[in-house]
Design a binder for this molecule. Structure first.
Ligand code: ARG
Length: 410
């Protein structure tokens, strides 16, 4: 039974029905929340009695908890809720359309997804921070072009991961801010003659309110950038855990074996984080392509916002949790790192800078040191300057400052 049966007389072809139906069961609790809010506005306008409001609110709380109530004969979650509300369901759709309803429910969904992402990011960042604290003095080679460049500390490097994650928090906060407006009251696109009281933070333009999916794109963008970071972190862990680098050992809680080669301990978690970055980018690109060129206001194409957002939320939460386990269990081979960092060539820049301090122009100093390196005559400078740390105050101050930034979550 559809909500629009009265207009389209003939029974819909089953193949058409199958094609039209939304795969949106995940939206059920969010739509119940938005519908309860709408019921209150109908009540405030005198269009629902006290008893009807109570009935609606009570039923909506039950419906939200019972996904089995949603049947294959329902076109989408909105139609299911209206049916499940029974008699009061016949009144509930006054002054709204599924167009503002679905946008409202998706906004609530994205708000939750952003909050969940931020929790996961904080957990991973805190683990990276503790790791950075214990490896604050562990010297390792720093890389550019994946070639050994200059000595750094592992703490310094891990604090770079923390910075990436901190920016991700900001991006999810911005996506949440974009989602936090209400399209309710927009109706199909032109509002309604019923003059319901406006919801808090009502969107200014009713046509925009039902057409806009920027908040979903913002969420997918935040997730795509987060996954880019998880992918880069994952890639470093894959390298560091290889026998060639041998910098870290994977914890058994977050490593896999081989079905054939008995000796293997594989970094599948890190690899899958890297792999899922591609999928996350695809989902952002997919929704961008869906929205591109759509005439305002609502078009059924917009139903396609569900799958990428739902799947991304699942991947974000799972990837962050798994990487948190992985990073918290890593064991560092400090000797191996020290040995890798002991290559005197890592101090070639320091040698050039020592000459600069004595008055040599930098380009001359660079050429002088390069000539020694080419001739195999480069020797470690006698007073190897201590490497600059992540900030002007050194690694300890950088650690304390990062701790302070994440302090709410300790
Ligand atoms: N299931 C639809 C969606 O997800 C709900 C809105 C349908 N609106 C309509 N006018 N057909 O977008």
């Amino acid at each position: 039974m559809t909500t629009w049966q009265a207009r389209v007389g003939a029974r819909l072809d089953p193949d058409v029905w199958e094609f039209l139906r939304a795969d949106d069961a995940e939206l059920l609790p969010y739509d119940c929340e938005a519908t309860a809010e709408h019921a209150q506005r109908l009540h405030a306008a005198g269009l629902l009695t006290d008893e009807e409001l109570d009935e609606a609110e009570g039923r909506l709380a039950e419906i939200a908890q019972d996904p089995d109530g949603y049947l294959e004969t329902d076109e989408d979650v909105h139609s299911a809720i209206e049916r499940l509300l029974g008699e009061v369901g016949r009144k509930i759709h006054a002054g709204r359309s599924r167009n503002d309803q679905v946008a409202a429910a998706m906004r609530l969904y994205v708000l939750d997804a952003c909050a969940e992402a931020r929790e996961g990011i904080d957990a991973l960042a805190l683990v990276c921070l503790s790791f950075a604290e214990s490896e604050a003095e562990t010297v390792m080679p720093g890389y550019t072009h994946l070639q050994r460049a200059q000595p750094v500390t592992l703490g310094h490097h891990l604090l770079a991961w923390v910075e990436m994650l901190d920016r991700d928090r900001t991006r999810f906060a911005a996506a949440a801010e974009a989602a936090a407006e209400s399209p309710l009251g927009a109706g199909a696109l032109a509002g309604s003659t019923l003059e319901l009281p406006p919801p808090p933070r009502q969107m200014r333009n009713s046509i925009d309110a039902v057409a806009d999916r920027d908040f979903a794109l913002d969420y997918l963008y935040a997730a795509a950038v987060l996954f880019n970071h998880l992918s880069r972190i994952g890639e470093e862990l894959v390298l560091w855990a290889s026998a060639e680098f041998g910098f870290v050992q994977l914890p058994e809680a977050a490593a896999t074996g081989s079905s054939m080669m008995p000796q293997k301990l594989n970094p599948d978690v890190a690899e899958l984080a890297r792999g899922k970055a591609g999928t996350a980018i695809g989902r952002l690109t997919g929704l961008l392509a869906t929205v591109k060129g759509l005439p305002l206001a609502y078009d059924r194409d917009l139903q396609e916002d569900k799958a990428p957002v739902f799947a991304t939320r699942r991947d974000v939460v799972r990837a962050l949790r798994a990487l948190t386990v992985l990073v918290s269990g890593l064991e560092v081979d400090r000797d191996r790192l020290a040995k890798a960092a002991s290559d005197p060539l890592l101090l070639a820049t320091d040698a050039a800078e020592a000459l600069v301090r004595k008055g040599t122009p930098f380009r001359d100093a660079h050429e002088e040191v390069a000539a020694k390196v080419r001739a195999g005559e480069f020797r470690k400078p006698r007073s190897a300057a201590t490497r600059p740390a992540p900030g002007p105050g050194g690694i300890r101050e950088a650690l304390a400052e990062a701790r302070h930034r994440f302090a709410d979550n300790l």
